[in-house]
Design a protein around this ligand. Structure first.
Ligand code: L3W
Ligand code: SF4
Length: 426
């Protein structure tokens, strides 16, 4: 049996799960009250988060407890907690449902994180298209403030802390943490060089912790049930549950919260299996920035960092894109290359120019006018982008394509030799 909805989605089946009454009736804000009462020190909370073995859910998988420990709570001057809800990775839509169905877990998680790092305020940067999720989250902040859980002198503790939301304006790059910070400051969203990391130079140049929505929304349950509880749900290298967005050629696409390490084939079954009675051809397991895997590798892997890495890809943000046995991989890559070209912020030449080259060559191949040298050109341009740019977008633009050429080069060659896909009748 596959265990489901033990953490972020645990309230989703309830009516008005986003309402503060529902949240409180199910144990919500108990941890926050304990923290304010001085029953858990910041160091004890960090230790518990380390014990939970939670790794960042935004894509990179950085250990959350370690990230929090980079902040010096006692240092003078403002510090900030920032939540990244700018969910824009193609295939990713799990944070959207946390905001819609369990916004108070995120409010509580942000307040606890803010307290631990000594922040004076927190900001949630929400994807601009997420109007309903934005309203639910803002509604949760308003309810928490009205209940005296947020604001000045919270519950008579003498502690002041407030939360604010910020809506993005449609740029994927603002999901990159330093571009997000620039955008929050009112500037054009462009990534900064790292280091310095936000922990030393973040929002308004001040120490900042930035975590993903799912990460922060997991904190109340980790502290309520204990780090060991969360850790034991997962695998040795990553604790807990994970929300996976499953899309593509399945009968029942959607979000599924399961334990880290759940076999991929069980997740596929939860999503209703492959549609139209077809077979699985390929999977992108972690969002468009991760390598594509052929069916046999995917069917043998489990949904955790190490197992997916062994199969040749990355867990990323947990966005599982399923492709059936009639999928034209060249068309998929043309589509993705257009996305990266369109979303490149343009400040690094290899990314700005290279993503356009990749898109134009793939478009030419797809139009039936590909040249024999085009495959080498795709590899060459990818090699000139990878590792030579400021942020992950440039690298990501090459990862899917490089893996597609590794596993499906014959499909590209078929286009070049015959002017059509392997599925077209000649
Ligand atoms: C202090 C150090 N802090 C690292 C922090 C750093 C960041 C975190 C991870 O990219 C990936 C990207 C996408 N001192 C530190 C330190 N940190 N060393 O740790 O850092 P990093 O640079 O490894 O990753 P990143 O820039 O945050 C995220 C991939 O995720 N992705 C999808 C993302 C999509 C979404 C979405 O739509 N929601 O997030 C999928 O694979 O390509 O590789 O906080 O500051 N020494
Ligand atoms: Fe901008 Fe691309 Fe450079 Fe990232 S890699 S900073 S998106 S130009």
């Amino acid at each position: 049996m596959v265990h489901q909805n033990e953490n972020c989605f645990r309230l989703n089946h309830l009516d008005n799960s986003w309402d503060i009454e529902t949240y409180i009736a199910n144990g919500g804000y108990e941890v926050w009250k304990k923290v304010l009462a001085g029953e858990m020190s910041p160091q004890e909370i960090i230790d518990e988060v380390k014990t939970s073995n939670i790794r960042g859910r935004g894509g990179a998988g950085f250990p959350t407890g370690l990230k929090w420990s980079f902040m010096n709570r006692a240092a003078p001057g403002p510090k900030y907690i920032v939540c990244n809800s700018d969910e824009g990775e193609p295939g990713t839509f799990k944070d959207r449902d946390i905001l819609r169905y369990n916004p108070h877990a995120l409010v509580e998680g942000m307040m606890i994180a803010g307290y631990v790092i000594g922040a004076c305020a927190g900001y949630n940067y929400i994807r601009g298209e997420f109007w309903e999720p934005y309203q639910r989250f803002q509604g949760a902040i308003d309810q928490a403030r009205k209940a005296g859980l947020l604001g000045k002198n919270i519950l008579g503790s003498g502690y002041d802390f407030d939360l604010f939301t910020h809506l993005g304006a449609g740029a994927y790059i603002c999901g990159e943490e330093t571009a997000l910070i620039e955008s929050l400051e009112g500037k054009k969203g462009q990534p900064r060089f790292k280091p310095p990391f936000p922990a030393s130079y973040g929002l308004y140049g001040k120490p900042t912790t930035i975590n993903n929505t799912e990460t922060l929304a997991s904190i109340p349950m980790i502290l309520a049930k204990g780090g060991d509880w969360f850790c034991d749900l997962g695998v040795p290298n990553a604790g807990g549950t994970k929300c996976y967005s499953v899309s593509g050629h399945v009968n029942n696409p959607g979000n599924f919260e399961v334990r880290m390490g759940t076999p991929f084939k069980d997740l596929l079954e939860l999503a209703g299996g492959i549609w139209k009675g077809r077979e699985l051809k390929a999977v992108i397991p972690g969002g468009a920035s991760t390598a594509i895997l052929p069916a046999e590798k995917a069917m043998a892997m489990n949904m955790d960092y190490d197992s997916i890495a062994k199969a040749g890809s990355f867990l990323g943000a947990g966005s599982v894109i399923i492709m059936d046995d009639q999928t034209d991989i060249v068309k998929v890559m043309e589509n993705l290359s257009h996305f990266y070209w369109d979303e490149s912020c343009g400040q690094c030449t290899p990314c700005r120019e290279g993503t356009g080259w990749l898109y134009r060559v793939l478009k030419r191949i797809r139009s039936g006018k590909g040249r024999p040298e085009d495959i080498e050109a795709l590899k060459d341009v990818s090699g000139k982008i990878m590792g030579r740019v400021i942020c992950g977008l440039g690298d990501a633009a090459t990862i899917g394509l490089t893996s597609a050429l590794e596993h499906y080069e014959h499909e590209f060659r078929h286009y070049i030799d015959h002017g059509c896909s392997i599925y077209d009748k000649q």
